[in-house]
Write a protein that binds this ligand. Structure first.
Ligand SMILES: [Zn+2]
Length: 140
């Protein structure tokens, strides 16, 4: 876990570092990935977002933005797992993108939107399922 984007004035809470490392390990995201985390007021500039991951598959690089007001509760852990899932699925997105890029611009835009919505839905379901599987073990 590289946190080299963090500024001294902008510390990453310990629980987030731990949760991100746990999620990374669970998903098998090896050290080849360079993942940086930045705490911001509004991830991607959107007040309704708790987190966002900008994944660059060519450079195995991820810039993750997490909301400063995330709390170390089930929702906070879910957000971190959710963003790591985008990294885990980056290869699928890359493969789909090759196909989408063969389409005319308008069709490409629609295909990307449909893909992104489907990925969000799949990640939500898988993250919730993983949390149900993980949380009882943490309480043992
Ligand atoms: Zn998402």
């Amino acid at each position: 876990m590289s946190l080299n984007d963090a500024k001294p004035s902008d510390p990453i809470p310990d629980w987030i570092v731990t949760a991100a490392q746990d999620a990374r390990q669970l998903l098998g995201l090896d050290d080849g990935w360079h993942i940086s985390i930045k705490m911001v007021d509004h991830p991607s500039g959107k007040p309704e977002f708790n987190g966002v991951a900008f994944v660059d598959t060519a450079y195995l690089s991820v810039r993750m933005e997490l909301a400063r007001d995330l709390k170390p509760d089930a929702e906070g852990h879910r957000v971190i797992m959710h963003e790591m899932m985008h990294v885990a699925l980056a290869g699928i997105f890359q493969a789909a993108s090759y196909g989408f890029n063969q389409l005319p611009k308008r069709a490409r835009k629609v295909a990307m939107k449909v893909y992104n919505d489907a990925e969000e839905m799949a990640i939500q379901r898988m993250t919730r399922a993983m949390q149900r599987a993980i949380v009882p073990k943490q309480n043992e």
